[in-house]
Design a protein around this ligand. Structure first.
Ligand code: NAD
Length: 403
């Protein structure tokens, strides 16, 4: 992931005519915090917070608890956050944190201790105008609430604006849970308009029917009845239904923690089969590195929406472009989450609480503008949307650094 991020930054920097030193500076993180958390039980875990770039505003990015977390992964994700916040024009920078832990091996009490000790180490390096973390893989509003409490206890800060993704009762924002999926719907709708095909019927397959994938499908079902959800998978595999199926029914099934491969309707398919389905749009909402040079030729979809981070490997990009597949890049397609995090931060700083309608309208406005900016840039440069998104973001970061 780090190599892919660096590849995009280097090639964009060269196209924009940046000096080698300027490009190399963008590859570095401004500050790297690496430490060990020792629980009272004696269990030890490596922990990280990488602060990549703050030229446009405070560092912003999640904290993940996962056994595969390492320095390079956190650094790559922090770098991508700087480009994501700039691509959608938020006055924020990029950061990321993580602890190398399998949270399933911890008791609830140990999980709370881990969250609080993470904050104890970083208290001096984060803050409403320095670095504003959020939840990520395996972290949730409950864990963030513990972190907020610990930060308030240590620093005396009562704004709760040092973290986003809090529970609603503790200063979280309405609309945050659905924001990333909803953002994907907005971006796809806007691209249809820009391609002069508004309201066109689309057959859609979703890989990764989790939080992001299910909200995408549920919002699409309400706002775009002309789009048809024909396939969905989770880690168990999934189902294909030629005439389309109800996202509400699928979500109900998943709420009961049942695997999609056991859904009582449709034809069983594997995740590999899903990728090669004859659909218009492939939604990738599970993992990174799913489409590679090895399997890109199977893809028949016209659009791939990267709702996960980096699901299309850079080795696949040229092949996909040459057979007319448009990849909608993660730094645009899944930016809905960070946009509503930004809105949460604004609400906390102003001591306000906005309605879900207000939040969704603001989210919509940011993504309509960002999609337009990136689409126009791709037309102007005759480039892919990914190249255009990186170019738009990099110019904004460089301009802010100069200022
Ligand atoms: P989640 O855990 O709720 O859902 C992930 C889904 O993917 C689950 O249904 C899981 O069963 C499925 N899955 C796992 N392995 C799979 C495989 N090999 N094939 C098919 N499906 C598989 O997570 P989420 O919050 O929905 O996040 C999904 C992705 O989106 C992650 O990569 C995350 O980093 C990224 N993302 C999330 C947000 C957010 O706001 N939650 C924002 C930006 C990016």
């Amino acid at each position: 992931m780090l190599e892919t991020a660096h590849h995009h930054i280097r090639s964009t920097g060269k196209k924009l005519g940046l000096k080698t030193e300027q490009i190399e500076k963008l590859l570095e993180v401004e500050a790297a915090h690496e430490f060990e958390i020792v629980l009272d039980s004696g269990k030890k875990f490596k922990a990280y917070r990488m602060q990549h770039n703050s030229a446009r505003g405070p560092y912003k990015g999640g904290i993940r608890f996962h056994h595969e977390v390492d320095r390079d992964e956190v650094r790559a994700l922090a770098t991508l956050m700087s480009f994501k916040t700039a691509a959608v024009d938020l006055p924020l920078g990029g950061g990321k944190g993580g602890v190398s832990v399998d949270p399933k091996t911890l008791s609830e009490q140990e999980l709370e201790e881990l969250a609080r000790k993470y904050v104890q180490y970083l208290e001096k390096h984060i803050g409403p105008h320095k670095d504003v973390p959020a939840p990520d893989v395996n972290t949730n509003p409950k864990i963030i609430d513990w972190m907020v409490d610990e930060y308030a206890r240590l620093s005396g800060d009562t704004t709760r604006a040092t973290f986003t993704g809090k529970s609603l009762e503790n200063g979280g924002s309405a609309g945050r849970d659905a924001a990333t999926g909803r953002g994907g719907v907005i971006v796809l709708r806007e691209l249809q308009k820009l391609a002069k095909k508004p309201g066109e019927k689309l057959r859609i397959a979703v890989q990764g029917y989790g939080n992001v994938g299910s909200f995408f499908a549920e919002v699409a079902e309400v706002e775009h009845p002309e789009w048809q959800l024909v396939a969905a998978t989770d880690s168990s595999g999934g189902i294909y239904v030629e005439e389309g199926m109800s996202a509400t029914d699928l979500s109900e099934w998943k709420k009961n923690r049942k695997p999609l491969a056991e859904f009582n309707f449709g034809k069983r398919i594997s995740n590999q089969e899903l990728i090669g389905l004859d659909v218009d749009v492939l939604i990738l909402a599970a993992l990174g590195g799913v489409v590679t040079d090895g399997n890109q030729k199977q893809i028949k979809a016209k659009y791939i929406l990267e709702l996960a981070n980096g699901p299309v490997d850079d080795s696949a990009e040229e092949g996909l472009a040459s057979h007319g597949v448009t990849v909608v890049p993660d730094i645009l397609a899944n930016a809905g989450g960070v946009i509503v995090s930004y809105l949460e931060w604004l609400q906390n700083l102003a001591d306000e609480h906005w309605s879900v309608e207000d939040v969704n309208e603001k989210l919509n406005n940011y993504l309509v503008q960002a999609t337009k900016d990136i689409y126009s840039r791709a037309q102007q440069d005759d480039s892919t949307l990914k190249e255009a998104a990186f170019a738009v973001a990099m110019e904004r970061i460089i301009a802010a650094s100069r200022a």
